[in-house]
Design a protein around this ligand. Structure first.
Ligand code: HEM
Ligand SMILES: *[C@@H]1O[C@H](CO)[C@@H](O)[C@H](O)[C@H]1NC(C)=O
Ligand SMILES: *[C@@H]1O[C@H](CO)[C@@H](O)[C@H](O)[C@H]1NC(C)=O
Ligand SMILES: *[C@@H]1O[C@H](CO)[C@@H](O)[C@H](O)[C@H]1NC(C)=O
Length: 495
């Protein structure tokens, strides 16, 4: 403990050796000589997303440079031209990079979220294959089965008993079961009426939180890891629990493939195993990245969606009109789900205000100058900020704070048909953009739209807001969540 404190003293005194302060925008975060923005960053650690969002809005170019101790800077941008530059035009210069790789390695290993270059290209090809239109049809079937056999029955009981349920938790369990089945044909059965204390889900949550904390703290995590204390100790436990499950899945699939062959399998893992890659550690990394990609993102978006439509009943009734035009059947064809444009627009609008991944960063692999003149040095972190962008008056106009799906829709003159208008991906980089755009995007929309339809056709979701003004509190480690969950009551919808 004493050594650790001495180390902190050393760090603190080192801070004063570095001089780094030159803010050129009037109301950019307060920067002091020697320690840069460290004080503001530290004071706003628990609302990092909102604070950096304000800073981006305050900047005339929508780009800010956080001055970190030790002379390293962090560029954060909400400027579409800059976003296009880092995600596409100069793709090869902006990578995950070695520092990020080290921080993420204990959890993600060599999974797709943590590699660049050829290792990325190779995995990306597998993912593209997994998300072909043919597989999407199969996925829709998996979503429907879980919806009808698990989610709807649970909501039916909640409605009958008038109980309060945590919808955020329910949707996370749904997504977790779903993603495991789609990826590996493995069913972890998290969403069952007993709501088992899902220690695996907790392990995932802890692992992600602690991993992300490594980015935002100047606490020497490497020392904590070496001493195996505190959060780093927990991280080690959580990761080993997750890897145990991953091993189980991998072994099960390998055995099945040996006995029945791979011709009928459409899941990601079988594809990779039959392509000849059987390094266990690598297969586990793939499993973890995939679960990570699918577990939190869609459930986060749906959680905020149900809150926003509660606050905007007009939108809910528009969605109901669209749903009621579809055949009332437990199974829907792929095209019917694809065609739900108003629901699609409402989900896009939800993620404009609450993007599942609110901020996402790259590392500059060489010196560069951004299109808005910001100077970038090799090794700097450069992040784009979808949360700030979705809330920018400059990008979305004076009514940016209104939940208005219509901004995504266009009426065809004459026919009165409503069409979805695709927005510039660099103005709305909620799924990232460019070569590394989310490969699960279509799958995600299919799942979210089908779940929305399944729930709203039968039920009304009524948030339990205690007293007055009980607005959910936004928290984000890696994904946008509601602090303490989303308590709701479920009512049967009157026909
Ligand atoms: C609302 C839902 C979703 C959102 C908002 C979302 C967003 C994102 C974002 C921002 C990234 C870039 C992350 C990075 O910098 O590496 C990403 C990458 C990725 N996503 Fe999604 N995602 C969603 C759902 C899904 C689902 C359901 C899957 C798969 C089951 C998935 C699979 C992936 C994969 C494989 C990548 C890595 C792509 C690459 O690096 O080439 N995503 N997603
Ligand atoms: C943004 O500008 C406002 C008004 O000038 C100021 O009060 C606030 O501290 C600034 N926020 C950040 C994070 O720079
Ligand atoms: C909920 O209702 C069902 C029947 O609708 C009943 O069997 C069950 O015991 C109730 N559960 C709770 C927690 O009240
Ligand atoms: C891309 O980045 C490199 C540094 O790696 C820089 O020299 C070059 O000018 C940039 N290219 C463009 C098109 O901005």
């Amino acid at each position: 403990m004493i050594e650790l404190m001495l180390f902190f003293c050393f760090i603190l005194s080192s801070l004063f050796i570095f001089f780094n302060s030159n803010s050129n925008t009037k109301s950019s975060p307060k920067s002091y000589p020697l320690i840069g923005n460290y004080l503001s960053i530290s004071a706003n650690r628990h609302r990092f997303i909102q604070w950096t969002s304000d800073a981006v809005h305050n900047s005339s170019t929508l780009t800010v440079v956080l001055r970190l101790p030790f002379g390293s800077n962090h560029v954060i941008t909400g400027n579409p031209t800059v976003v296009q530059h880092i995600l596409k035009t100069n793709f090869s210069t902006y990578q995950k990079g070695p520092i990020s790789h080290t921080i993420l390695f204990d959890f993600f290993g060599q999974g797709i979220f943590n590699v660049d270059g050829d290792a990325w290209k190779m995995q990306r090809q597998f993912y593209n294959h997994v998300f072909s239109a043919k597989s999407l049809r199969h996925f829709l079937h998996v979503v429907e089965t879980e919806l009808n056999e698990r989610l709807i029955p649970i909501l039916t009981v909640a409605a009958a008993n008038n109980t309060v349920i945590d919808l955020q938790d329910v949707l996370q369990r749904f997504a977790f079961d779903n993603i495991c089945q789609i990826a590996f044909e493995y069913d972890p059965t998290c969403l069952i009426p007993s709501m088992p204390h899902a220690s695996l889900a907790v392990a995932f949550e802890d692992a992600i939180r602690i991993t992300i904390e490594r980015f935002r703290t100047i606490t020497p995590w490497k020392i904590k890891k070496f001493l195996n204390i505190g959060s780093e100790k927990r991280l080690k436990e959580a990761v080993s629990e997750i890897r145990d499950l991953a091993t189980k899945i991998v072994n099960q699939r390998k055995q099945e493939l040996e006995t029945v062959g791979s011709d009928k399998s459409v899941d990601l893992l079988s594809g990779i195993i039959s392509a000849g890659d059987t390094d266990d550690r690598f297969l586990m990394d793939i499993v973890i990245s995939f679960i990570f990609a699918g577990r939190d993102t869609t459930s986060a978006a749906l959680t905020w969606f149900f809150w926003l439509i509660y606050k905007n009943p007009r939108v809910e009734s528009e969605i109901m009109c669209e749903i009621n035009r579809k055949p009332n059947s437990d199974t829907l064809v792929y095209d019917e789900v694809k065609e739900m444009v108003y629901t699609h627009a409402s989900i896009c609008e939800t993620m404009r205000l609450y993007p599942s991944v609110p901020i996402d960063g790259k590392t500059a692999m060489a010196d560069d100058v951004l299109p808005d003149g910001t100077v970038v040095k090799k090794g700097m972190m450069v992040s784009y900020h979808p949360y700030a962008m979705g809330r920018s008056e400059k990008l979305w106009g004076g009514d940016w704070s209104e939940f208005r799906p219509e901004r995504w829709l266009e009426k065809d003159e004459g026919t009165e048909t409503v069409r979805f208008t695709v927005r510039d991906a660099y103005t709305y980089p909620v799924f990232q953009a460019g070569p590394r755009i989310c490969s699960g995007k279509d799958m995600a929309f299919l799942q979210m739209k089908r779940v929305v339809m399944g729930i709203l056709r039968r039920f009304v979701v009524v948030p339990v807001v205690d007293g007055g003004g009980g607005e959910p509190v936004f928290v984000a480690d890696l994904t946008s969540k509601m602090k303490g969950g989303f308590p709701v009551k479920i009512k049967e919808r009157k026909k």
